[in-house]
Design a protein. Structure first.
Length: 478
């Protein structure tokens, strides 16, 4: 067993939408190396595909960059995360037969209606692929990379990525209603399970030493949660990038008849409930300098307009509304006002997500952590803390790749628990305190947004009523 002080490190690889990132991290959380390589995709209406071969090339580039100058380092292991709901078909040797349908590919809406899931889930997209191509094994994004790394052909998938393909995480089995798919479905293991070792051929391509243990990863949202250290019951991590994902820790699954909140199984058997919204930084106007616009947006608190900033059509969390579209009520006074409205709209949605979790009875009284690309904005972080009216922590590293390095440390036996690994490897950079006067400014626009979402028929009335009750209670307590 190796950990801090013995010269070892772990590698985390994150297969994102726009790039692959690799992070080399020691047992005490020091980053020794980082690498990245861009990814491209094909978008056309509801179609969003990527070429799986491009993932491998990007992994090779990013890994070599992260390992530059570290030839004498002992690499303890690695893990890979990917975008949740991204799926493709492979042949018996593990070679891709189809393009990868990305998490937001919308062509499987009829299949989603038939199986009772959201179109963003992997199961309807897998059924669409099987109908369109006729054959192949259902494969998740990281499985392509772990198979190439180990030289295997039938590498199991992890239960985290399998969740949106219909896997029953509670009973740890494929459900009977998918039995007709037979061998098309992959074998499933818990995250952190050892899958094999890096082969000589993969070592030559990636620079990762041959024999390095490869362990099963998790989805990018769960990876970011691990990177935040939000693994104790009641703790939550809010991942803000192109879209918004909230992930928390619970001793038992959070039940949601609407299917908005789903539950990943943690490596130790506990639960990681959460949901993914379609609002996020992807709704920000392009071509502007974010730092300059953040500075100008500070003069518009609150904004003169109200925005629901969907990055793409359809909403998944805190309510399910496939027909939802982005909207702005009023006319922005300036580009800075428009920018401010998007930042605030995302924060309002984040607050509504937490209200929904409270409505479901989820434990939300633990620490809140901000990660994701948008957490680089100090202004937006403080704004979110103000709108939420609660403290928030920002780690030094906000990359899902860090979460995979932590999982690799746990999966290779460096620690007794994932929580212990995260406690050692996750470093908190900033603790933000909400400013009561600013929180009060945003109560009225938040309440108006709740009313508007209910009026449009997207937000269920029981949730809207619960949210208003919470607002009134907090006002009475202040």
């Amino acid at each position: 067993m190796m950990f801090e002080g013995d010269g070892g490190a772990w590698l985390g690889i994150d297969l994102g939408t726009q790039s692959v990132r690799a992070l080399l991290v020691t047992g005490d959380g020091r980053v020794l190396g980082a690498g990245a390589a861009p990814l491209t995709g094909q978008r056309d209406g509801t179609r969003h595909e990527q070429d799986p071969e491009e993932w491998w090339k990007a992994v090779c580039t990013a890994s070599r960059a992260a390992l530059t100058g570290q030839r004498s380092l002992r690499l303890g292991g690695l893990a890979v995360c990917g975008t949740s709901g991204t799926v493709l078909l492979t042949d018996p040797e593990g070679r891709p037969l189809t393009p990868a349908l990305m998490y937001d590919d919308g062509r499987a809406a009829p299949e989603a209606a038939r199986v009772g899931t959201q179109p963003s889930w992997a199961l309807p997209k897998a059924l669409w692929l099987l109908e369109a191509y006729g054959r192949g094994r259902i494969t998740h994004q990281p499985d392509v990379i772990t198979a190439r790394l180990t030289g295997g052909t039938t590498i199991p998938t992890d239960s985290s990525h399998a969740l949106k393909t219909g896997y029953d995480a509670e009973h740890e089995a494929w459900p009977p209603q998918l039995a007709h798919l037979g061998e098309v479905l992959p074998e499933v293991v818990r995250p952190g399970t050892r899958l094999g070792e890096v082969s000589r051929a993969a070592a030559e391509a990636t620079g990762i030493p041959a024999g390095t243990p490869v362990v099963a990863g998790m989805t990018d949202g769960c990876a970011a949660q691990i990177a935040s250290g939000a693994l104790r019951v009641g703790a939550w991590n809010s991942v803000l990038g192109t879209t918004l994902v909230l992930k928390g820790a619970s001793a038992r699954p959070v039940r949601d008849d609407a299917g908005v909140v789903y539950n990943h199984r943690a490596p130790d058997g506990s639960w990681l409930p959460g949901g993914a919204s379609s609002v996020g930084a992807g709704a920000l106007p392009t071509g502007a300098d974010p730092a300059e616009m953040d500075s100008r947006a500070a003069d518009h608190e609150p904004s003169g307009v109200l925005t629901y900033p969907l990055s793409s059509p359809g909403e998944r969390f805190p309510f399910l509304a496939p027909e939802a579209t982005a909207f702005t009520l009023g006319t922005p006074a300036s580009e800075a006002d428009r920018w401010a409205a998007v930042l605030q709209g995302v924060a309002f949605t984040e607050r509504l997500c937490l209200d929904y979790l409270h409505y479901l009875g989820a434990p939300i009284d633990g620490p809140l952590t901000f990660t994701g690309g948008a957490a680089r904005s100090a202004y937006w972080n403080q704004l979110r803390a103000d709108v939420l009216g609660r403290p928030a922590r920002v780690p030094e590293q906000i990359e899902p790749a860090l979460g995979m390095a932590v999982l690799a440390a746990y999966g290779t036996g460096a620690t007794a628990s994932l929580v212990e690994a995260a406690d050692r490897m996750v470093r908190i950079r900033t603790v933000l305190e909400p400013r009561a006067s600013r929180t009060a400014r945003f109560v009225e626009p938040y309440a108006r947004l709740v009313d508007e979402l209910e009026t449009r028929g997207w937000l269920p009335t029981p949730l809207a009523t619960h949210t208003r009750t919470r607002l009134n209670q907090k006002a009475a307590d202040s």
